[in-house]
Write a protein of this length. Structure first.
Length: 277
């Protein structure tokens, strides 16, 4: 069998795996939350927050197949008044086909926690793997991202950072639609996105559902290598207590930078944006 045949078989298997994982994710989302409610919980509590998120996301091309992914996020509570958390993330990405890539990387988070009338920062370490598949439907660009995360999250003890961590696995499925409304490149495109997250592990006691993020906004290139999206994001998140929920109304501004670090740039190709949300 030719190498090309093996490559096509591998690609089809990976695409099928993404589809099966996505269907499993949706099934788990609707079925498993009920199976963990083995004890009576207090009445549901919902807290509302206003947030502002901004980030710089880089996809740097090293060769025709290899990329470096890096992003830094600042997330504020009470819009801009209070700290939320900071995220620094990096990965190595391999493009199997122009519309299909896989990546693996590491992220560190500094989480602001209001302890003893001041903000202390808790740490979170993540290792993650992801696959991204893009395809057009008419003029609409669809991006599917399936990400698997291993998370070590520091918890508090006596209103202080404990230095101890709880471990969970989290699976995230993102569907992102970019919709052109004009052939004029100066007119922004519409962006709609929905991301579902579920988590597993000994520390997950009540529900596998973790959070859902819904985004609506615009996408606009600034130059050949710089672009941004801007809009509103609604987040519905279940806390570890099992009965407390956060509803976050967020203004989001993300910048994207796509440099080409190849020595030979004669064969120009579209850079596959890693859709980091």
């Amino acid at each position: 069998m030719k190498v090309r045949d093996w490559k096509d078989i591998l690609i089809q298997a990976l695409k099928k795996s993404i589809f099966l994982h996505t269907m499993s994710l949706l099934g788990i989302l609707f079925i498993l939350p009920y199976s963990l409610h083995s004890q009576q919980l207090p009445p549901k509590e919902v807290k509302h927050f206003n947030q502002f998120w901004t980030s710089i996301n880089m996809t740097a091309r090293l060769s025709d197949k290899w990329f470096v992914l890096a992003d830094f996020h600042i997330r504020r509570n009470n819009f801009l008044q209070d700290p939320g958390f900071y995220v620094l993330r990096g990965a190595l990405n391999y493009k199997i086909k122009p519309n299909f890539s896989v990546a693996a990387g590491y992220a560190h988070l500094w989480l602001a926690a209001p302890l003893r009338d001041k903000f202390n920062y808790l740490n979170e370490n993540r290792i993650y793997q992801q696959a991204i598949f893009t395809h057009p439907v008419a003029r609409i660009k669809f991006t599917h991202r399936l990400r698997n995360e291993q998370r070590w999250i520091e918890y508090t003890l006596n209103d202080s950072a404990s230095g101890n961590f709880r471990f969970t696995n989290r699976i995230r499925y993102l569907l992102n639609l970019r919709i052109p409304i004009s052939k004029n490149p100066k007119i922004p495109q519409l962006v709609l996105a929905n991301e579902i997250m579920i988590h597993f592990g000994k520390s997950v006691n009540y529900s596998h559902f973790e959070q859902n993020r819904i985004f609506a906004g615009i996408y606009q290139p600034i130059s050949k290598t710089v672009s941004f999206d801007f809009g509103y994001m609604y987040t519905y998140q279940l806390r570890t207590s099992g009965y407390q929920y956060n509803v976050n109304n967020t203004i989001r501004l993300f910048f994207y930078f796509t440099p080409d670090w190849r020595n030979d740039k004669s064969n120009e190709q579209n850079v596959h944006q890693h859709a980091n949300h």
